[in-house]
Design a protein around this ligand. Structure first.
Ligand code: IMP
Ligand code: MG
Length: 180
C-alpha cells in the first residue's frame, strides 16, 4: 500500500488545486451574471466532467438543474475520429431550457461537436459550452466555446476527472503524466 508505485507518475503540475479553485470561481461568476434571473441546466458527460460540474455548480448563483449522459467511443483512442454513441441519455427533456454542456476537455472537438449537434436538435432555448480544459492546438472540428477555464499544451493530462486507464480522476491538480 505504501509502495511508491502507488503514486501517480506526475511529470509536471500544470495547475494547482488553488489555481483551479480560483479560476472556477471566476468562470462561475461570469455564468452567474450571464444567467441572472434565469434558470439554467448543466449537462455533464459521465464520467470525466462530473468532478468539474460539482465544483462549478456550487459556485453558480443562478437557479440550476443538473443532468447527465454517458457516451461510448467506438475507438478507445482519445482524439481518434471515432464514432460516438449515447450510452445513457439525459433523464429529462431540455426543450425551452437554457443549457450549458459541461466538458472536462475539448481536444479534437469530435465528442463535443457530436453532443452539441445532438442537444441542439432537442430544442433548448439556448445552448452553450463550458469546459475546464481547452487544447486548441489539436482542434479539428470547430467548436464555439462560451466559457473555458484553462488552455493546455499538447500533452496528456490527468486529474479533476481526467483519467489514464480510469485512474487519477481524483487528483486535485491538473498534471502531465510521464509516458510509460
Ligand atoms: P475529443 O478529441 O475532443 O473528442 O475528446 C475526446 C475525449 O478524450 C475527452 O472527452 C476526454 O475524455 C479524452 N481526452 C482527451 N485528451 C485527454 C487528456 O489529455 N487526458 C485524459 N483524457 C483526454
Ligand atoms: Mg476519458
Amino acid at each position: 500500500m505504501d509502495s511508491p508505485n502507488a503514486l501517480p507518475p506526475i511529470e509536471r503540475v500544470l495547475f494547482t488545486a488553488e489555481e483551479i479553485d480560483a479560476r472556477i470561481g471566476e468562470v462561475a461568476a461570469r455564468i452567474s451574471a450571464d444567467f441572472a434571473g434565469r434558470e439554467l441546466k448543466l449537462v455533464a458527460v459521465l464520467k470525466g466532467s462530473v468532478f468539474f460540474l460539482t465544483a462549478l455548480a456550487r459556485r453558480i448563483t443562478a437557479p440550476l438543474r443538473v443532468d447527465f449522459l454517458a457516451i461510448s467511443h467506438f475507438t478507445n483512442q482519445p482524439g481518434a475520429p471515432g464514432v460516438v454513441r449515447i450510452a445513457k441519455d439525459l433523464d429529462d427533456a431540455i426543450e425551452g431550457e437554457h443549457v450549458l454542456l459541461v466538458e472536462d476537455i475539448v481536444d479534437t472537438g469530435f465528442t463535443t461537436g457530436y453532443l452539441m449537434q445532438n442537444l441542439a436538435g432537442r430544442g433548448p432555448a439556448s445552448l452553450g459550452i463550458c469546459t475546464l480544459l481547452d487544447r486548441t492546438s489539436r482542434r479539428i472540428a470547430p467548436i464555439p466555446i462560451n466559457y473555458s477555464c484553462f488552455e493546455i499544451p499538447d500533452r496528456f493530462v490527468v486529474g479533476w476527472g481526467l483519467d489514464y486507464k480510469q485512474l487519477y480522476r481524483n487528483l486535485d491538480c491538473i498534471a502531465v503524466i510521464r509516458p510509460e
